[in-house]
Each structure stands twice: as structure tokens, then as C-alpha cells.
Design a protein around this ligand. Structure first.
Ligand SMILES: [Zn+2]
Length: 251
């Protein structure tokens, strides 16, 4: 928010405006740290936990709550600093012209506190997730083991050494009363987690499209949705057909 450019231009206006900026700077850092660090960290981990537990509804509610809280915090910040700002800048040593500049600059910055809170909250929401799919779980009551056949291995695009091709164990449900003869019972989620570090955050803030962000995520070690889904298959959580169904439209 306070860039090198800002400082350069304000510096050219004279020393009083620059001194004013220096007085406001600690409060700007406080605004950034509370919205991105304290609040943002809490939001992204709560959402990741909800999604990890398969509670998509709870995750959606968390997003709404986070935005309401962010709006409230932004409002509180704006009001507090409009009221207390001049006193704080005075305590920090601001006098006369310098204090005037500090208050004027501060009022402009903190009137816009809402945009800082919203941007930081939304990029924290994005921090958890790029994609998620619900898959049906195999019914534990009638699950049986089998092996993937060569066609299925090819369809999944798995790169498996020839000698191991007939030993890829998977499960499916035979069908029973408790699963109404579908072989499937209940659901779980498959996720593609994107950890939004500094580089990804910069791409998001620059308004880059999803493909570009996805590509950068892959480079930084994100597990693609397809791999996460195949892991569920290998763990015996779901069937080959479910994996094909949910990954058909990804990549
Ligand atoms: Zn069953």
C-alpha cells in the first residue's frame, strides 16, 4: 500500500509530508498485519479444515462470516483512527505542519481500510482451495477387493512398471441392503489445495486467470485434483468409476 513510488512523490513535496507519512506508517503496518496475518491465517485454516472434513456447507458459511467480520473490523479501524489518529500522531511526536499532513494522509488511507480488509480476507479464502469434487464412498458393508485392468490403468494415465500392472489393488461395493444395492454409501471430498504464498498472492492480486495460477501452483508443489482422486482410489475409499466421473472435466 505504501510503495516506493508513494514515498518518492511525497518526499518531493517536502520534509513535512514525508514526516507525516512516517507517523502514519506504523498504523498502516498494524492494519496489514491484523487483516492479512491474524485474521487471514485464521480464515484460511478454518476453511481448509472444514473442506478437509468434507463439510462444504460449513466452508461456505465460514466465507460469509469472514467477510462480515472483515467489514466490521474495517469499520472499527476507520472509526478508531479517525477519532484517535491525531492523538496517536501527537504522541509519536507529530507537531504543527507534520501533524496536519499525518492526519490528512491517515484519513485518506484509513477511509479505505475496508478494501484492505476485503482483499486480504478474500485472498485468505482462496488460500485453501482451487477445486473440490464430491465423490461417493464405497459401502463398507459389501466392499470387495479387485485389481485394476490394463484398460483402467490407461484411462487413469498411470505410469506403472509392466511387472506391477496386474497388482494395483482397488475396492468396489458388491451391493447390499444398507447401500440399496449401489455398492456406494456416503460421500467424501477430493481437493486440490493451493497454498497461497507470496508468488501466488501476487498473481491473484494482478488479476491473473485461473490457468496461470494453477500452473504456478503446480510448480510450487500443489497436488493436482486428479492425483488426489487417484490416491482415494488407491486407499480403497472410492471406485474407479467415481474417479473417472469426477476428474473427467479437470485438465
Ligand atoms: Zn453395500
Amino acid at each position: 500500500m505504501v510503495s516506493v513510488g508513494d514515498t518518492y512523490f511525497i518526499g518531493r513535496l517536502g520534509t513535512a509530508p514525508l514526516a507525516g507519512l512516517a507517523l502514519v506508517f506504523p498504523l498502516i503496518m498494524l492494519l496489514q498485519m491484523t487483516s492479512a496475518g491474524a485474521m487471514g491465517g485464521g480464515v484460511s485454516s478454518a476453511i481448509a479444515r472444514a473442506l478437509g472434513a468434507g463439510h462444504a456447507d460449513r466452508a461456505r458459511r465460514l466465507v460469509v462470516h469472514a467477510l462480515v467480520i472483515a467489514a466490521g473490523m474495517a469499520g472499527a479501524f476507520t472509526i478508531l483512527i479517525l477519532l484517535l489518529g491525531p492523538g496517536i500522531y501527537g504522541l509519536l511526536g507529530g507537531r504543527d505542519e507534520t501533524l496536519d499532513h499525518a492526519v490528512r494522509y491517515s484519513n485518506i488511507v484509513f477511509a479505505g481500510a475496508i478494501t484492505v480488509w476485503m482483499a486480504n480476507t478474500l485472498s485468505s479464502v482462496l488460500r485453501g482451495i482451487l477445486a473440490q469434487r464430491l465423490i461417493r464412498r464405497i459401502c463398507e458393508n459389501c466392499a470387495v477387493e479387485s485389481y485394476l485392468n490394463p484398460d483402467q490403468i490407461a484411462a487413469l494415465g498411470l505410469k506403472v512398471p509392466v511387472e506391477r500392472r496386474d497388482s494395483l489393488r482397488v475396492r468396489s461395493g458388491e451391493g447390499c441392503v444398507s447401500c440399496r444395492y449401489t455398492g456406494l454409501f456416503g460421500r467424501t471430498g477430493v481437493f486440490e489445495m493451493l497454498d497461497v504464498g507470496r508468488r501466488i498472492r501476487a498473481l491473484i492480486n494482478d488479476g491473473k486467470d485461473a490457468n496461470e495460477i494453477h500452473h504456478a501452483g503446480r510448480i510450487e508443489g500443489m497436488e493436482p485434483l486428479r492425483d488426489a482422486a487417484v490416491r482415494k482410489l488407491a486407499d480403497g475409499v472410492t471406485t474407479f468409476e467415481e474417479i473417472i466421473r469426477v476428474t473427467a472435466d479437470s485438465e
